[in-house]
Design a protein around this ligand. Structure first.
Ligand code: HEC
Ligand code: HEC
Ligand code: HEC
Ligand code: HEC
Ligand code: HEC
Length: 394
């Protein structure tokens, strides 16, 4: 068997986002052009541009667009080239640009970022643009021309309006859920396990009530156009997406409890990817607040796949509006003073396993320090989403 790293890479073998059906929908046409990968180099800088207007790095954009920069910096998009990704890229051949694209097309898609990575790998001077991941320009700039949604009042810059970076072109495609699909949805013939695509977020959304109600990815992940993109790593966001209730009581020497989690406001499966795990747990606690051995009952919400991503082991994710209940009915331990119901989220469950496996096999070589750091960070990303403690009479 090849190393898990190779198989992990293999998973994403260049999957051009094939736009389904042949319609003449103008958003679709815009997006097909906009998200052509690899993205063409920006080319020559227009003579009228200052150095600041020509710059592609987020800090330069942020000189004027301060709010977007502040929000973006805290988002996962700004961390799309963190050690877990970069470490795996550094272990590839420096000249194998096609291989780099298997990751860069989603994690750092500008041509100038691909050049930056090669420069880093060959020890030359480099702009560092690739280290910033999903930068502003990756979504907004093509051929030094800036693109965005229509202004909030619906207008578009008119000829002769003197604006920085020669103004901007508008397209309603920025407000279309398909804008996000180019990286968050595999094409219909993409990699699937057990008949289900490995990434299917846009389709999950499309068949949910949110699509019918006109709530797009942007409505939830970019509220009021803010560049937040909060998801499974953010306790507040996860809390907004689900409703949790529990009850517990002890009588006649038995502990009875239940814990229910409903996917009440997540616009797709909870969770949508194979990487996180959510644990529903009920247990008995002693006077020191320690869990009593043998009292824990647990259910897992998630889509479990083997480390080499060749088999699905289980899929207990919750479709929009679906729910799961953990029932508990066990003898009450004589040292129990409380029943505890809790929900724990491990956003990077799968990546922890990937990094551990890479390290135990001594792979990767050049990226090993990065992978060590990634493991350290991934292990710390878990959090308790819910905890209810009910005292019981001894
Ligand atoms: C010198 C200041 C300045 C810099 C630098 C700058 N912008 Fe702008 N940008 C503006 C101004 C001013 C507007 C026009 C806003 C308006 O008229 O509605 C604008 C408009 C835009 C819009 C359109 C907003 C909309 O309503 O659709 C986008 C998108 C945008 N800029 C992105 C960027 C990105 C990405 C960068 C960096 C690569 C950048 N800008 C650099 C000042 C700047
Ligand atoms: C060019 C590719 C690309 C596009 C387009 C894109 N994303 Fe992402 N997105 C990514 C990558 C890569 C990550 C993971 C970054 C990381 O953690 O390394 C990500 C992460 C996220 C996350 C955070 C997930 C978490 O684990 O918490 C959310 C939410 C998200 N994207 C929403 C969106 C939305 C909404 C849009 C459309 C407006 C969008 N994305 C467009 C590539 C993209
Ligand atoms: C189709 C788009 C896409 C491609 C191609 C892609 N990724 Fe990702 N990647 C994502 C998204 C979306 C996330 C965030 C969701 C998640 O955590 O599962 C992510 C998350 C990750 C993470 C965990 C987050 C972090 O920053 O630590 C790692 C590591 C990663 N990808 C590595 C890779 C590597 C290595 C490749 C190339 C072999 C690759 N990815 C190719 C979309 C993609
Ligand atoms: C993943 C793609 C993506 C990235 C990265 C991104 N944007 Fe945007 N941006 C969008 C989308 C989509 C919208 C429109 C959202 C909507 O209409 O709901 C938008 C809207 C805007 C607007 C108009 C805001 C308004 O209030 O009218 C500006 C300005 C802008 N972006 C600048 C930036 C800057 C600066 C950065 C980097 C700090 C950045 N964007 C990063 C996708 C992106
Ligand atoms: C009705 C609100 C809503 C809509 C619509 C929505 N999301 Fe989410 N999304 C959430 C919530 C809440 C979470 C956090 C819980 C979770 O991770 O499932 C989330 C999580 C995510 C994540 C984190 C990864 C994971 O495994 O869950 C990604 C990526 C994401 N959304 C992308 C998208 C994309 C792309 C779309 C549009 C096709 C979209 N979302 C539509 C609410 C929404």
């Amino acid at each position: 068997m090849t190393s898990p790293r190779i198989l992990f890479f293999g998973l994403f073998v260049l999957l051009p986002w094939s736009l389904q059906g042949a319609t003449t929908d103008s958003n679709r046409q815009f997006l097909e052009r906009h998200w052509q990968r690899p993205i063409a180099p920006q080319g020559e800088v227009p003579a009228s541009f200052s150095a600041l207007e020509a710059a592609l790095d987020p800090d330069s954009c942020g000189t004027c667009h301060t709010d977007q920069l502040a929000d973006w910096q805290d988002s996962r998009h700004a961390h799309a080239m963190d050690p877990g990704v970069l470490g795996q890229l550094l272990d590839m051949e420096a000249e194998d640009r096609e291989n780099h694209q298997e990751c860069l097309r989603c994690h750092a898609p500008l041509a100038e970022q691909a050049d930056g990575l090669v420069a880093q790998m060959t020890g030359q001077d480099e702009s560092g643009l690739h280290r910033h991941g999903m930068v502003c320009a990756a979504c907004h700039v093509r051929g030094h021309q800036h693109h965005g949604p229509p202004r909030r009042d619906g207008s578009t810059p008119q000829a002769g309006e003197a604006l920085p970076h020669d103004g901007f072109r508008t397209s309603p495609a920025f407000e279309d859920a398909r804008f996000c699909a180019s990286c968050h949805q595999f094409p219909p013939d993409g990699y699937a396990l057990n008949g289900k695509l490995l990434e299917n977020t846009h389709e999950e959304w499309k068949s949910s009530r949110y699509a019918r109600e006109g709530q797009t990815c942007q409505s939830c992940h970019m509220p009021d156009r803010r560049h937040l993109w909060r998801g499974i790593h953010n306790p507040e966001m996860v809390g907004q997406g689900v409703t949790i209730t529990s009850s517990a009581a002890a009588a006649k020497g038995r502990a009875r409890a239940s814990l229910t989690l409903r996917n009440s406001a997540t616009g797709h499966y909870f969770p949508t990817y194979v990487t996180p795990k959510i644990y529903l747990e009920i247990l008995q606690e002693d006077a020191e607040g320690k869990p009593l051995a043998g009292t824990l009952k647990r259910e897992i919400i998630g889509r479990e796949v083997t480390l080499d991503i060749t088999r699905e082991l289980s899929d207990t994710r919750l479709a929009p509006d679906a729910q799961r209940t953990l029932h508990y009915d066990r003898p009450l331990s004589h040292s129990a003073v409380a029943l505890v119901a809790r929900v724990r989220v491990e956003p990077d469950y799968f990546y922890v396993r990937v990094y551990r496996s890479l390290l135990t096999r001594g792979l990767p070589d050049k990226g090993i320090d990065h992978i060590r750091r990634a493991l350290h960070e991934a292990r710390r990303s878990g959090f308790d989403l819910y905890r209810q403690r009910t005292p019981v009479a001894p």
